[in-house]
Structure formats: C-alpha cells, structure tokens
Design a protein around this ligand. Sequence first.
Ligand SMILES: [Ca+2]
Ligand SMILES: [Ca+2]
Length: 280
Amino acid sequence: MNISKETIPLKILRIKMMKDMTINFFLVLAVLVNPNYVHSGTPTKQPLNTRNEILKTKEGMVLIQGGEFTAGADPEIGFRECARFYNDCKMDWFTDETPHKEMVNSFSIDRYEVTQSEFEKLMGTNPSKSRGDILPVDSVTWDEANAYCQKLGKRLPTEWEWEYAAMGGQSTIYPWGDEIETGKANFCDLNCEFGWKADQFNDGYKMSSPKGSYPPNGYGLYDMAGNVWEWTSSGSADSDGKKVIRGGSWDHAPGAMRSALRYERASGIRYHDNGFRCAF
Ligand SMILES: [Ca+2]
Ligand SMILES: [Ca+2]
C-alpha cells in the first residue's frame, strides 16, 4: 500500500481527532461518575485532591467535600424545640451552641453507626446493654471507640466534621427539616420507658434500633440523629476529661435530634446509649 506525503498528515490528524474524542469522552464520564472530579486547563485523569480518591475507596464510608459552614444554632432554637415538649427547659442549656463559622477539610465518615457484630469481630468483646448483631454498639468508652477506628486506619470525627456531616448539605434544624417528625429518627418516643418520653410520637423502638432503620440524610448517612450518641475526637485531651458526643439517642428528647446539639460525657463512662462511627 502506497502512502503519499499528503496522507501522512491526514492520518496523524485523524488519530489526533480520535484521541481528543476519547479524552473528551472519558472527561464527561469522569464528571458523571464522580461529581467531585476536578479538572483544570491541562486534562488529567486524577482529581487534584488525590486524598479524596483514596477516601472514596474506603468501604462503607461516604466522602464529604469540605468547606466553611455555620456551626451551631441560636440558643433560642434549642430552647424552643425543648419547650415544645417539656416545662423545665432552660436557655442556659443551649448557649454552647452559639452560631459561628467553622472550616472542615474533605473527609470520609461511616455511613452507619458501628454495629455490635463489627465491634466484636475487631475488638473481641461486646459491652452493649441492648443486644443484637445489627444494633449499634453501646456502652463503649471513648478509648475503645478510638482504638476501634485506629485499628481500621480511621479515627473519630471532630465534632465540627460530625455536625457538618449531620446537616447533610442542608441548613435545617433537624437533618430532614425544621420540624421533629415521627419515622425520621429513634428517640424517646411512646415506646420509651422514661418519664420524659414524648408519647406524641411512635418510632417503633423502646431502645436502640437496627442500623439504618430510618431514612438517610442528604449525604446518605444513617442515624446521625438519634439511636445512639456518637463520640467525637473533640473535648479534653486528658483521658479522664470529657469528650463531646453528638446526635442524641433513643433515651433522649426529640429536641436532642437537632444537628447543632452539643453534649459531653466523661471519656471513660459506659453509658447504655453511647456509640460511635469512624471518620477518615
Ligand atoms: Ca424510640
Ligand atoms: Ca446516632
């Protein structure tokens, strides 16, 4: 076959066009598959933040794009949501939630609370009071929760990462909206045996519920509101000190389902409604 001098540039042009079309196809595909795909002037198949790519490979986790957000809530909101159900609420209880800006880097967080079967498999023990393989582990100390995450190459989330994740990309009082609703989270409802139960609601569970029993939030995370409180890495550095817990639980009031609610417990305490999830 004769190849003339003219056909060589033409062939090269065709090859180049094919190559460009292929690159464009993969660029479109990359954006469709990964909305977080970042592409600058020079085409690249790698996201600029390669850490994100590593995070995405962690099974059972959701990658949360970082950013600045308004953490906390006006204390009047906490008071109002409390006073809807109880007479003895105090504004002082909510002054630690005063709104302020926080910045979080991109991170991944477990889609579900850590379950008892997961905890027992890795740690060889199950301290839970409510028993069941797919129930969240409870009665774990902060050190145990921290050790579990570290064994998996993970860590506990900071409280600001936790709050940012719980908000699910919304700026509502609860992860699902501004009103407490039945069927959105496990709190102290009519099934609950405590004097402060909110018997206007029926969430179906007296104590903890199997992981993912309620709809996920805007980031696809389950049980960020309710079920078990979740340890965070925030709080006193001293091991005898208190650590911040977030999210409320099956033995707490409806208002504890608010994303902004902050609470602290001694890091060594084993409490029947205290669990965790890991971040990375
Ligand atoms: Ca309940
Ligand atoms: Ca929870």
